[in-house]
Design a protein around this ligand. Structure first.
Ligand code: ADE
Length: 358
């Protein structure tokens, strides 16, 4: 008898414990996020183009006394996809039911939710690109004709039962619009990509959050945190809380420019807002793979990170900041990445224009 199984058990329970800790964090984050979430368009900062479009759509639906078109919001995590869905619901004066595709594993999960919806209500499905084929096929007639097609019995005795549903609105959110099937995508009347926030917009988000949480912050302090928040309000809101802890414990309780910058340096968030994982990713490409190209699986294995975390969380901002490049043969560190780390750009990584001394 070997003791491998005992070891396995230990690893499993350790993993389970970590999963529980993670779940608690997510729960905690969700409570925190909910407490500071804007409830109407006036309080919702940024995404101005989307806001203006939505105001018209909502007004028209109210005038026609019709439910809203189904909507799909996509873009990197933390840009406010759930938040905007909540704002839409409260502006329409309707309830919103929030779920995510991985929670809709069995047909009865999606059927159960659809059957409890009331007229005008909003069903929000996060990570909608992860919906399985069966759930997707249940959604097609539900979205198109507000009907639920249920099959009872087997093969020759099978019967399809058509159940009418109240007129509801589906709001889907995804970080990967490209992974949505064509037929599902075609059933959304509104499709919108959420944009990264400007420093000024993030400073406004930070000031608003600080006010709600009774955190003292100067305009300069808000801008300093905003600059390192990777264009993402979720990150800005987390950082303002972390910096507030430093301000209380180590300084005079007020977040100004110096307190913000010194605290963020201690937290290892650099001037670009890059954290330890982002920097490790870029350094790995630069130092071990001569600037790339290198495949994402190789990078994930070397960093002991999940491919999905790298693709969904790290990469969107690194790409947008021009530090990382995606090529058909893999990821490359850009000349800007070398400059960011104060290193010389290898000649083979310079663009043709730079090499020509124009
Ligand atoms: N908190 C998170 N996102 C926000 C936004 N867009 N406006 C105001 N507060 C927010």
């Amino acid at each position: 008898m070997t003791i491998i199984s005992d070891n396995n058990l230990e690893i499993k329970s350790e993993k389970k414990r970590n999963a529980n800790i993670k779940a608690e964090h997510i729960e905690y984050d969700k409570t925190f996020e909910n407490s500071i979430r804007p409830k109407n368009f006036d309080d919702y900062i940024g995404q101005s183009e989307l806001k203006e479009t939505l105001k018209v759509i909502l007004e028209a639906a109210k005038m026609r006394q019709e439910p809203l078109d189904h909507m799909l919001f996509y873009g990197p995590p933390g840009l406010g996809k759930t938040t905007i869905a909540g704002v839409i619901a409260s502006q329409m004066g309707v309830d919103i039911k929030i779920t995510s595709a991985p929670a809709l594993e069995r047909p009865r999960d999606i059927i159960g939710i659809l059957m409890t919806l009331k007229g005008g209500e909003i069903l929000f499905i996060d990570e909608i690109h992860r919906l399985n084929k069966v759930a997707e096929e249940i959604l097609y007639p539900a979205m198109e004709d507000y009907t639920l097609d249920m099959t009872t019995g087997k093969s020759q005795t099978a019967k399809t039962l058509r159940v009418p549903l109240p007129k509801f609105t589906l709001i889907g959110a995804t970080t990967k619009a490209g992974e949505l099937s064509g037929p599902l995508r075609d059933r959304f009347g509104v499709i919108h990509r959420l944009q990264f926030y400007t420093t000024d917009e993030l400073a406004q988000v930070i000031t608003r959050t600080a006010k709600i949480l009774n955190i003292k912050i100067t305009q300069e302090g808000a801008i300093a945190i905003a600059r390192r928040s990777r264009g993402t309000p979720r990150i800005a809101n987390r950082l303002v809380k972390r910096v507030a802890d430093f301000a209380i414990v180590k300084y005079n309780g007020i977040i100004d420019d110096d307190v913000a910058n010194e605290s963020l340096n201690i937290l290892k968030i650099d001037e670009y807002g890059l954290d330890t994982t982002d920097r490790a990713l870029l350094k790995l490409i630069m130092e071990k793979y001569n600037g790339g190209p290198v495949g994402i699986e190789t990078l994930a294995a070397a960093l002991s990170e999940d491919v999905r975390t790298l693709e969904d969380v790290c990469e969107p901002y690194l790409l947008q900041a021009g530090l990382l490049q995606r090529t058909p043969r893999g990821r490359k560190a850009s000349p800007e990445a070398y400059r960011h780390f104060g290193e010389k750009v290898p000649p083979e990584q310079k663009s043709i224009f730079e090499n020509q001394d124009i």
